[in-house]
Design a protein around this ligand. Structure first.
Ligand code: MUC
Ligand code: MG
Length: 372
């Protein structure tokens, strides 16, 4: 008799960050992850993670809504169903529940982890196989202070942990932000590529002024300068400047990618399993981008080790990611809930080995950080 899904447990887990992480819309001192434990009748457990940034500050799903909507609506769609046809279960969730991409991503991750453990294959192997066993990882500078950011970048370079840096801007007036970025780029020189993420904070005319100054300062990539819904504006910016635009909040899934490409967008797309409802949705966007000549970037919603491992398995199946990845989420947290943390070294991270995600929980740590 084939296995069925028996129980789905969701836990809110709060982990402190190593320093305040300042974005245009919020400053984080703690990251809250929704951890999914999906138990199957054959004794296999699948792990998943659904994580966002700053409660409701980043997007329409909060940690509490992810947990509640899994418990109330999505888990009942899966419990009692055969474990191993993930495509059918994805379609079932999408048919009966709109939106909630982060919650669906956590569940799809748990299904893939369980299926991999069942078959003795890694998640990347389930997705067709790995093109890479390690991936480059950038670091995000977001302390809110120019000198601290420079010190942090120099230390990361010296430790050979990161050589690409993304600066979070948009919380301050544009001229102040431009001075901050230019000072960091000047301090790092040619040793590092410096990019910025505005997280939707500018209107289009502010963006034209800001991007011109950032281009002149040698910034390599401009992420989501204007609001997500202003796709026409993002297309205009991509056509106006030499420095490439990276679409993040504007491109949730393949459908958004298609609209941008058909409208004349050029540049790059940030892939995130959380935006696209899971690994397969993110890969659908990646394949569309490849066909359209748009570059790829492996993005994060600052997930912990489980969500980061899931993303790495997806990105490892892609032959090329022109802009590398930012899968540094676990390094921003003071502690971890997994027995063996991901192996970060030499400006990148190794794809975890073993069946499924290749991740084992540390039960004591999980119990310690789980919200009571
Ligand atoms: C985002 O918008 O890209 C990625 C790195 C970081 O610090 O925040 C995230 C979200
Ligand atoms: Mg972004």
């Amino acid at each position: 008799m084939s296995s069925v899904i028996e129980t789905i447990e969701t836990l809110l887990v709060d982990l402190p960050t190593i320093r305040p992480h300042k974005l245009s819309m919020t400053t984080m001192a703690c990251q809250t992850m929704v951890i999914v434990r999906m138990r199957h009748s054959d004794g296999v457990e699948g792990l998943g993670e659904g994580t966002t940034i700053g409660g409701l500050a980043y997007g329409p799903e909060s940690p509490e809504s992810i947990k509640r909507n899994i418990d109330t609506y999505l888990a009942p769609l899966l419990i009692g169903q055969p474990s191993n046809n993930i495509n059918v279960l994805r379609a079932r969730m999408n048919h009966h529940a709109r939106g909630n991409a982060i919650a669906k991503s956590a569940l799809e991750t748990a299904l893939l982890d369980a299926q991999g453990k069942r078959l003795g294959l890694s998640v990347a192997e389930l997705l067709g196989g790995t093109c890479h066993s390690r991936l480059p990882v950038l670091w995000t500078l977001a302390s809110g202070n120019t000198d601290k950011d420079i010190d942090e970048a120099l230390l990361r370079l010296e430790q050979r942990s990161h050589c690409d840096f993304k600066l979070k801007i948009g919380a301050n007036p544009v001229d102040q932000d431009v001075r901050h970025v230019a000072a960091i780029k000047e301090a790092l020189g040619d040793r590092a590529s410096v990019r910025v993420d505005v997280n939707q904070a500018w209107d289009e005319s502010t963006a034209v002024r800001g991007i011109q100054a950032l281009q002149d300062a040698g910034i390599a990539l401009i992420e989501q300068a204007i609001p997500a819904r202003e796709q026409a504006g993002l297309i205009r910016l991509s056509q106006r400047f030499e420095v490439p635009m990276l679409a993040d909040e504007a491109v949730q899934d393949a459908r958004d990618g298609l609209d941008l490409v058909c409208g004349g967008f050029s540049g790059a797309f940030a892939l995130k399993i959380a935006k696209s409802g899971g690994l397969q949705g993110a890969l659908e966007l990646a394949h569309l981008a490849k066909a359209a000549g748009v570059g790829l970037y492996g993005g994060t919603l600052l997930e912990g080790s489980i969500g980061t491992a899931a993303s790495l398995h997806a990105w490892a199946t892609l032959p090329e990611m022109a802009w590398g990845t930012e899968m540094f989420g676990p390094l921003l947290l003071k502690d971890d809930i997994v027995a063996e943390p991901l192996n970060y070294h030499e400006f990148g991270v190794d794809l975890p080995q073993g069946a499924g995600l290749g991740i084992i929980l540390d039960e004591d740590k999980l119990a310690h950080y789980a919200r009571k």
